[in-house]
Design a protein around this ligand. Structure first.
Ligand code: AMP
Ligand code: GLY
Length: 425
């Protein structure tokens, strides 16, 4: 079966590598892709948010499956458009993607269904939000833009002045455009964070290996938030006991609530959880595979990803077997100097072979360009150096060994990926 993968980052590269392991995988076309992906798949020059263009490409290429990986095309309804054109799609419908596309939709769903989440209030009026802040006595407080904001729409405010400034920026200066028409103000929670990516057909849900992201840009968990500077799996805080509680109180109730609303969620549902003293709470839902979580979770999946994705779409996930492999995986992200702020591109990368790989690790390309079998930087997050091992230490050792080989001017990466996880063990 020929497959179209929509997207251009590390997540898409990791998905393509896993899809290619399946005996039923034929040609893979990726749009718009990147330099490293062009080694593993055919590249087509269609933007990820170009719904008409992407449907036309899928039809022209006669693919049997379209895997829509990023959030924005899903929230815009690309899965619905593919299905209407007769192309089986992996990814939730526009209505189901609201779990990520609207924080207020997600919060109301949790509130109504007793799914544990931070207490909140919502506002569509900046003055009323400001009044609420002036009356608040417990700090810090969390302010979230309702819509998609490239992962930057969550502001943790330490005092009244910061919170008023956040409301001003989101609702009046419209820093995130119409995504900030409404905001959610919520209680600040504490505890270890866990990402759990699950495959689901709307009724059956199959968690993949749990993982831990490292969102802050610098070693020691300091600096601004990024898309993710590295990941490890499995997450040692996510014990079997915690997993059982999450299944009963969070995962199944979420699926049932979506089904009851008439928009069952089919695809990859990502639960961003915080393990608080009162038990696991939902911080956020994502309607897609996480990045860089996917880079560590898929190497630990013992299963046929093509078959699993089709089963999610067809409602037959209960009939497909999958398991989580023993051992651990680690991913260290190499980023461009300046990321997550302004950064340069087009810098030559050394230490990669002609196929974009490096001995001892799987090199996942997140933001690269290829020219005459050489690779150049083309994004903020450039590469993910991914390794597996019998345990987390072994995986980390291998991933970090590759950081000495793969270089480009101004590169930076965190030196402490997995440190908290190793200490917790
Ligand atoms: P998000 O963009 O939703 O992934 O949020 C980014 C990060 O903000 C999360 O990974 C948490 O570390 C933090 N965060 C979000 N909501 C809360 C909350 N209610 N309490 C504490 N931290 C939060
Ligand atoms: N790494 C976090 C995300 O994919 O949203």
């Amino acid at each position: 079966m020929d497959i179209l993968v929509v997207g251009s980052g590390g997540r898409e590269h990791a998905l393509i590598k896993k899809l290619k392991e399946s005996p039923s995988c034929g040609r893979i076309i990726c749009a718009p892709g990147n330099g490293g992906i062009s080694v593993d798949a055919e590249i087509a020059d269609v933007k990820a948010v170009d719904i008409e263009g992407m449907v036309a490409l899928a039809k022209r290429s006669k693919v049997g499956l379209a895997v829509i990986a990023p959030d924005d095309p899903l929230v815009m309804g690309m899965a619905d458009a593919m299905e209407e054109a007769g192309i089986p799609a992996f990814g939730p419908s526009r209505l189901a993607a609201r779990l990520e596309g609207s924080k207020l939709f997600a919060k109301n769903l949790m509130l109504k269904n007793n799914i544990p989440t931070a207490a909140f209030e919502s506002f569509d009026d900046a003055e009323k939000a400001a009044d609420y802040i002036r009356a608040n006595t417990s700090w810090p407080i969390v302010i979230k833009a309702d819509g998609l904001a490239l992962g930057k729409g969550v502001l943790i405010c330490q005092d009244e002045q910061e919170a008023l400034q956040a409301i001003h920026e989101i609702m009046e200066e419209r820093r995130f455009g119409s995504s900030g028409d409404k905001i959610v103000i919520e209680e600040f929670l504490t505890g270890p964070e866990v990402s759990v990516l699950c495959l689901t057909d709307g009724r059956t849900i199959r968690p993949l290996a749990s993982s831990m992201d490292h969102k802050r840009v610098h070693t020691g968990d300091i600096g601004p938030n990024t898309g993710g500077m590295g990941t490890i799996a499995p997450n040692p805080f996510y014990t079997e006991e915690v997993a059982d509680v999450c299944m009963e109180r969070i995962f199944l109730p979420t699926l049932r609530a979506m089904e009851a609303l008439g928009c069952p969620f089919k695809g990859c549902l990502y639960f961003g959880l915080m393990l608080t003293e009162k038990g696991p709470y939902v911080i956020e839902y994502n309607c897609r595979f996480g990045d860089p979580e996917t880079q560590v979770v898929l190497p630990l999946l013992d299963g046929d990803l093509v078959e699993l994705m089709l089963a999610c779409r067809n409602g037959t996930l209960d009939q497909v077997s999958m398991a989580i492999k023993p051992g651990a995986a680690a991913c260290v992200v190499m980023a461009s100097g300046g990321y997550p702020g302004k950064y340069n591109t087009d810098l030559p990368i050394s230490g990669l072979d002609a196929k974009g790989g490096c001995p001892g690790v799987t090199v996942i390309h997140a933001g690269t360009r290829r020219e005459h079998e050489r690779f150049y930087t083309a994004g903020g997050r450039v590469l993910g150096l991914v390794a597996t091992g019998d345990d987390l230490r072994e995986a980390l050792l291998a991933a970090y060994a590759a950081t000495t080989m793969v270089r480009f001017s101004g590169r930076h990466y965190r030196k402490d990926i997995g440190r908290k996880a190793v200490e917790a063990q």
